[in-house]
Design a protein around this ligand. Structure first.
Ligand code: TRP
Ligand code: SF4
Length: 414
């Protein structure tokens, strides 16, 4: 197993968190765009992966009849693809009510303009014209996402390009929160004391690097300063955290701002050559039957220049080529290129290796899914166990949040 990535702040494995709307059975586009990456990340990070069932309501509030079926099917596909409930925390958003509490509290400090400015707000309203999305919930969607993220204090949020703006807004919200509630009168004095504990030579360096970052936005200086703090064996964990916080400002990092971990998203073509998407009806399911996979791919669009078997083609103009790039060896790809451009092979022949690979993957995943399909109670158990872990982590953050907002007495008595 590869080595775990450790969190600089805690020395524990760094946490990643991501969520997915419950769309039912997943297709190859969902797999290559997100799920495959989640499965890979769980080797190196402490993974928190959840079903964003409340998010589904922001656009589909008028018909919730398929919600249970969709979330069940999706979680089965996660398990089929190799997400491991022993290593990763897999749960439903609605089973951690603290997401809603944090959303509410963050809503108090979030300017309306931040939400109105999120590009997906106007885009989606325009795209889904048949729906009334002039709702409070839809406007607040990105902030609910911020609460989903910040409540687990993850180091990284793996998402595709389309979600980056949401994570960026989350960082702004975290900064605003820390700035507003993370100040205490003793902060400066405590920082001074902690700096005094650094090795004598490191004290001036720390101050100098901090100045370079804060005044000049020098990120290399920030990284160097962090390394310096973490390398010091003379600080307590609390002092290290204080100095790391002080690099960013005169306040505590109550809610650490997470980094985006951009998921490389290869082009996954649908059967008609457009992007694979449930709404186009052009998908191949992750656990589909081999016969159905073969039938679909045999009917898949190819380079229109190859109307006849004897016409040469151009792989770059063919969606099947995109599948080869995802599934075939360099050797097979070379065979495709040579055969296509010289009309040496026919399209059906060309498609066979992808059919075989996709069908083999789907069969392996189907086998992994079968016990859960036979026993849906097992899925519920996994989600319940995940919710216990998620609630415990969320509760720690909420304690900090409530205390810093003076919603509970500072001494911690309930
Ligand atoms: N908005 C995401 C999507 O539509 C799903 C999501 C909700 C999410 N909360 C999240 C992703 C938190 C990452 C982190 O795909
Ligand atoms: Fe596409 Fe292969 Fe046919 Fe070329 S031979 S057009 S790459 S299916």
């Amino acid at each position: 197993m590869p080595a775990m990535n450790l969190s600089p702040a805690t020395g524990m494995p760094a946490r990643v968190l991501s969520g997915m709307r419950p769309t039912g059975q997943l297709h190859l586009g969902n797999y290559h765009g997100a799920l495959r990456n989640w499965v890979a990340l769980q080797d190196r990070f402490e993974g928190y992966f959840f079903v964003a069932d409340w998010h589904a309501l922001t656009t589909d509030y008028d018909n919730t009849s398929l919600l249970q079926q969709h979330l069940q099917q999706m979680v089965i596909d996660w398990l089929a693809a190799g997400l491991d409930p022993e290593r990763s925390t897999i749960f439903l958003q609605s089973q951690v009510p603290a997401h809603a509490e944090l959303h509410l509290l963050l809503s108090m400090i979030t300017p309306l303009g931040w939400l109105e400015r999120v590009p997906t707000y106007k885009d989606q309203q325009a795209q889904l014209k048949e729906k009334d999305l002039a709702t409070y919930g839809f406007l607040g969607y990105p902030l609910l996402q911020s609460a989903d993220i910040l409540i687990y204090r993850p180091a990284f949020v793996p998402v595709g390009e389309d979600q980056v703006v949401h994570v960026e807004m989350t960082r702004e919200v975290a900064r605003r929160f820390n700035h507003m509630y993370g100040r205490d009168e003793k902060f400066g004095a405590k920082v001074k004391a902690a700096v005094g504990w650094l090795e004598p030579a490191a004290r001036e360096t720390y101050r100098e690097l901090r100045r370079r970052f804060q005044e000049g936005g020098d990120h290399a200086a920030l990284a160097e300063a962090r390394a310096l703090v973490l390398a010091s064996s003379r600080l307590t964990a609390e002092q290290s955290e204080l100095l790391l916080a002080n690099l960013e400002g005169e306040h505590h990092r109550l809610l650490p701002a997470p980094e985006v971990l951009l998921t490389p998203t290869p082009r996954v073509p649908g059967l008609d050559g457009r992007k694979m998407s449930k709404s186009y009806g052009n998908t191949i399911g992750l656990t589909e039957e081999p016969a159905s996979i073969a039938r679909k791919i045999k009917g898949m669009t190819t380079d229109p220049a190859r109307a006849r078997r004897t016409d040469p083609g151009t792989p770059e103009k063919c969606p099947v080529w995109d599948l080869h790039k995802l599934y075939s060896s360099a050797e097979t790809c070379a065979w495709v290129r040579a055969g296509c451009t010289t009309a040496g092979i026919g399209c059906l022949e060309c498609k066979q290796p992808v059919i075989d690979r996709i069908a083999a993957d789907a069969t392996a995943m189907r086998e992994r899914a079968q016990p859960y399909i036979d026993n849906p109670g097992r899925v519920r158990e996994i989600l319940a166990a995940g919710a216990v872990r998620a609630n415990a982590t969320a509760a720690e953050t909420m304690q900090v949040v409530r205390r810093s907002m003076n919603l509970v007495p500072a001494d911690g008595t309930p």
